[in-house]
Write a protein that binds this ligand. Structure first.
Ligand code: ATP
Ligand code: MG
Length: 466
């Protein structure tokens, strides 16, 4: 008897491994027979006080209407790691329309991945219906291995297996205070390991953004990417080119504006993903920090991380201006060697070339590319008019992006470019005339903090994907 059950256990383990390796629709259906591991409160010690009251309200109301409802994803992962979740996601067997009937404050969003958003003042609780695997031509659409649309509903097991990383697939049952774990996510969380669910190559091909998510979570959580999940990344990096640019920009912002940009950059460079996002990058700036060109982007990332830690606002435009700066300088030098045009015209031409090359890889929304260009354009003027005629200085001081441009000049100086004289002159001007630049004047020590726009009001949570 004991022998028979041991055999069955062995069979289940083998089958599970085979299924994890093949990961197709039928296998997933068979997988739904497998039992998850239920982790009791005494073991997981979820800090319940950290859960949003609104999320608990949503869970309660769904359950009262006899639906299943769990917290899932980043909020469960972050709470278990004693971090503050960015937001709270709920998974349920209720369909989006059924969710909408339960909550007055609910809207349905997304085409590729239909979701319900329930709003409580500034907080939005996102509710997704359990998803099943997708078949060609159905509403869960797969094209050339890529998931185009993902709207086939399934049960909780299916949903656990379609998620990206094991640590993102832990379900928390607030009523029972237990975790439900289908993929050994709990074990990975404890070992601080990021492991893709299923066969890594296939999962990255289905959705190449998962490669960037791997980097983001590894950097944010300081987790190791499991070797089998890390191995295919470099080889598949090219597939990032197939991701719609708006989604890629969204992911870029999450990667670089969450407070760990330096680590993200190191990991992106190590996996040869950096050059897939930024056209002019061959070896990552962090890899060779010895000259001004490579130092500047790294310093901009360090500043960004510091500002976020200090809860100061940041703009992607400043970082993009810094990341593309080495390429811009190279392009300007090339035009100079060719003896083309005036200095100002060369700067314009170079900016055109660099930005148009860039948008082929990672489209930058116009409002940011305009700002990048203005920051660059003003560099030349800031150098030229330092200590110059008052009318030129006054005209420059009235420019909208003068503060960001001045900060960029300081960054260049710190990176070792020969612009100290000009930078000192503009700093002295602001000390003498604190209102020289538009906007709120700052203490000189704060001058380097100037590159951000006014703090945004909390905006609605935006989803371009799941
Ligand atoms: P954070 O919100 O901190 O950035 P998160 O893990 O919550 O991290 P979300 O983008 O909010 O990330 O996604 C919520 C959950 O949805 C994830 O935890 C994961 O389970 C699932 N998910 C998100 N994107 C994907 C994807 N591209 N492929 C598979 N599952 C995904
Ligand atoms: Mg989340």
């Amino acid at each position: 008897m004991a022998c028979r059950s041991a055999l069955r256990l062995h069979y289940e383990i083998v089958v599970t491994h085979q299924l994890m390796n093949t990961f197709d629709t039928d296998n997933l259906a068979r997988l739904s027979k497998l039992q998850p591991r239920v982790i009791q409160a005494s073991e997981h010690r979820m800090p319940v006080h950290g859960i949003s009251r609104n999320a608990l309200t949503v869970l309660r109301r769904l359950r009262a209407a006899r639906f299943q409802a769990y917290l899932v994803g980043g909020c469960v992962r972050d709470l278990l790691l004693d971090l503050h979740p960015k937001d709270f996601d709920v998974a349920t067997d209720a369909h989006p329309e059924q969710v909408r009937e339960l909550f007055r404050n609910c809207i349905l969003i997304g085409r590729r991945f239909r979701l319900a958003h329930v709003r409580f003042g500034p907080e939005i609780i996102e509710i997704s219906t359990f998803r099943a695997p997708h078949r060609q031509g159905e509403d869960g659409m797969v094209r050339k291995g890529r998931i185009i649309r993902d709207n086939v509903y399934g049960n909780m097991t299916d949903d656990a297996w379609r998620r990206d990383f094991t640590i993102n697939a832990l379900f928390y049952d607030a009523a029972e205070n237990v975790l439900v774990d289908y993929n050994e996510g709990w074990e990975d969380l404890r070992r601080r390991r990021l492991r893709l669910i299923g066969e890594p190559r296939q999962r990255y091909l289905e959705d190449p953004v998962r490669m960037l998510r791997a980097i983001r979570f590894a950097a944010k959580l300081d987790f190791e990417i499991a070797p089998a999940s890390a191995a295919p990344i470099t080889q598949l990096a090219q597939y990032l080119g197939e991701i719609p640019s708006a989604r890629l920009f969204d992911e870029f912002s999450k990667l670089f504006l969450s407070g760990y940009a330096v680590r993200v950059w190191e990991l992106l460079s190590a996996h040869q993903l950096a050059e897939r996002l930024f056209s002019g990058i061959n070896a990552g700036p962090c890899a060779a920090p010895e000259d001004a060109n490579t130092r500047l982007p790294r310093m901009a990332m360090e500043d960004t991380d510091r500002r976020i830690a200090a809860r100061l606002p940041v703009t992607p435009a400043f970082l993009i201006a810094a990341l593309l700066w080495p390429e811009l300088r190279g392009e300007t030098a090339r035009l100079e060697r060719k003896g083309r045009a005036t200095e100002a015209e060369r700067a314009d031409l170079a900016a055109d070339t660099v930005l148009s090359r860039q948008v082929k890889q990672l489209a930058i929304p116009r409002r940011f590319s305009i700002m990048v260009r203005e920051i660059w354009q003003l560099q030349h003027a800031l150098q030229r008019h330092a200590g110059g005629a008052r009318r030129h200085v006054d005209a420059l001081c009235r420019k909208k992006r003068i503060r960001a441009a001045y900060d960029f000049l300081l960054l260049r100086m710190r990176a070792g470019e020969p612009v100290q004289q000009a930078a000192d002159w503009w700093t002295a001007l602001q000390e003498r005339e604190p209102h020289a630049f538009p906007g709120k004047a700052r203490a000189p020590d704060d001058a380097r903090e100037a590159h951000a726009p006014p703090r945004h009001r909390k905006r609605r949570r935006r989803r371009t994907h799941r």
